[in-house]
Design a protein around this ligand. Structure first.
Ligand code: MN
Length: 254
């Protein structure tokens, strides 16, 4: 039986970090939301993958979050071992926040190891964190183009950095966190419409005072429809077609 296409996509959320992941999974099945769960350490990959039923609605990325790079740098060998089985990588990247400055050396070491490992596997889709470190992230990606297709999650760089990212072939996952700020909206309006996909970054990002849920990408779609000056159904279709293009390129969906 042919299942109809997913209505929405959340290309960056942390399914394993919700208090009750099964409720979230049920909600996604009922609403036909495709979800990419990113993980913060390679140790979490197998169990996060096991949370959801085998279905191409639920994808699980193998990650090592830059905020945890120092603590978990030893798990890079596990990352390399699991990578042949993981088609998507994330959350990875660099974080230039002041409170993490003492970990910068380890962050860079881990991110380079990850990009090298991805290159050896002939490329992956990568969900990339770049808070406060946009230009460093872009430099690393530029020096390792064989690592795959970067999807910059919650891009917060300058217009110039955005142009460079576009030139590098980056995609962008955008959510309410970004779209609620005028700087974020201005950046999104300069992104090629064909390379924009929705995300929630739940449960970290809040909607009101509750953690955002994958179906809250509907709010991002509302905001994109205003920004792109198209009907919301059309905005939803654009994003859904973009996601299909990205995932098909990597043979993740048929
Ligand atoms: Mn995240």
């Amino acid at each position: 039986m042919q299942r109809s296409a997913p209505l929405y996509i959340d290309l960056h959320c942390h399914l394993d970090l919700y208090p009750n992941p099964q409720e979230v999974i049920q909600g996604c099945l009922e609403r036909k939301i495709r979800v990419l769960s990113v993980t913060t350490t390679p140790l979490a990959w197998e169990q996060t993958k096991a949370l959801a039923p085998p279905s191409d609605l639920f994808l699980t990325a193998l990650g090592l979050h830059p905020e945890l790079a120092q603590k978990f740098k030893g798990s890079i060998t596990l990352f390399e071992r699991l990578l042949p089985r993981a088609k998507v990588v994330g959350e990875v990247g660099l974080d230039g926040s002041k409170r993490l400055s003492h970990t910068w050396h380890d962050q860079l070491h881990v991110f380079r190891k990850i990009l090298e490992a991805c290159e050896k596997q002939e490329g992956r889709i990568l969900s990339v964190h770049s808070r406060g470190a946009t230009s460093a992230v872009l430099d690393e990606l530029a020096s390792m183009p064989g690592a795959g297709v970067p999807v910059l999650h919650w891009f917060s760089g300058t217009k110039q950095e955005l142009s460079f990212a576009i030139k590098l072939g980056s995609w962008f996952s955008v959510g309410t966190g970004m779209l609620l700020s005028s700087k974020g909206r201005s950046l999104v309006s300069h992104m090629p419409q064909t390379r924009v996909i929705t995300e929630t970054d739940g449960p970290f990002v809040k909607v009101g005072n509750r953690p955002s849920l994958p179906w809250d990408v509907g709010l991002a779609i509302d905001m994109l429809s205003k920004l792109w000056e198209v009907h919301r159904d059309q905005a939803r279709e654009i994003v859904s077609a973009n996601a299909n293009t990205l995932l098909r390129q990597a043979s993740i969906i048929g």
